[in-house]
Design a binder for this molecule. Sequence first.
Ligand code: NAD
Ligand code: TYD
Length: 340
Amino acid sequence: MKIVITGGAGFIGGNFVHYMVKKYPNDRLIVLDKLTYAGNIETLQPVMDKIKFIKGDIADRKAVYKLFEEEKPDMIVNFAAESHVDRSIENPEVFLLTNIMGTQVLMDACRKYGIQRYHQVSTDEVYGDLPLDQPDLFFTEETPIHTSSPYSASKASADLLVQAYGRTYGLPVTISRCSNNYGPYHFPEKLIPLMIVNALNDKPLPVYGNGLNVRDWLYVEDHCKAIDLILHQGKAGEVYNIGGHNEKSNIEIVKIILKLLDKPESLITYVADRKGHDMRYAIDPTKIHRTLGWLPETKFEDGIVKTVQWYLDNRSWWEKIISGEYVQYYEKMYGDRCDL
Ligand code: NAD
Ligand code: TYD
């Protein structure tokens, strides 16, 4: 099998590449990644001799067609995206270019050259949010698309395009919509890695609003396993929700991390809320469980310990990141929220 993995130098894509190299040593894996601020070639270093890496933009039609011409891939798994909600609020444009136009270019290439499967890695954020006072409500695959941020709007647009290409051109597409991931190689602008890194540096932990917003956390390897199952056993044309019924408020997460690192809660600093902040995400994963037998394997209590340990053991991976361009980003985004 020849599989193109876009965005494979990012958090989930990188974990997926590691997973696939180990599970399918005879497959040819080609990673296409633009190496934006979020892409890190070091994430792929341990497997570099087992994959082909191409630095390129999924929205660059010429480059994508060249890749298809040369490699004639059997499958595409599209992780490439601008993925951070806060950045999308600051500057939506690149989200539309990569997440929507880039997806279109990839699917045009699939139409032109043929493909066994195009898989779109999407997010539960396309469903909008749920209220805190109705804990029995969950997102199913039938929940209407109802987006809040430019990020989620761009991901939802891509999903609709993928479904349109499936129906109109008969492309064998699948879509997965996963809840929040955590684990190794997570860029320290997202909640869990940011809090770990700040706590390790004895810096304030910026909690947006009252900290009561709820996310449904899944260990990244469980997400990788679900995508693998969908690729090999999922039905073309289908959408699969992925999540492990592990809802936690942001403040709970922050306190767990402080406890694991033996740092004081006085580091917690409440800052101005995110604009349009989604209240609660919660996935109903019944479909993928019933049809493909998927269940999450890593309990949050274990996954968070492994994750914290990974950041302790891999300081050089994240220290390089936070000493570069990211410093300016951090000052810009958090400087006017409060004095951090
Ligand atoms: P990430 O930001 O860590 O990584 C994105 C990767 O895509 C980076 O390597 C970046 O260099 C690359 N990229 C960006 N623009 C590109 C372009 N134009 N061409 C080629 N490569 C490009 O993101 P992530 O957290 O790993 O998320 C991966 C996918 O999973 C995204 O599509 C995201 O929407 C989705 N998702 C993420 C989560 C989560 O909790 N992180 C949850 C559900 C779904
Ligand atoms: P994030 O990791 O950005 O993921 P998403 O917005 O895609 O769910 O944020 C997770 C939650 O944590 C979200 O409710 C916003 C909140 N948050 C903070 O309170 N402080 C922070 O510094 C960040 C980055 C996020």
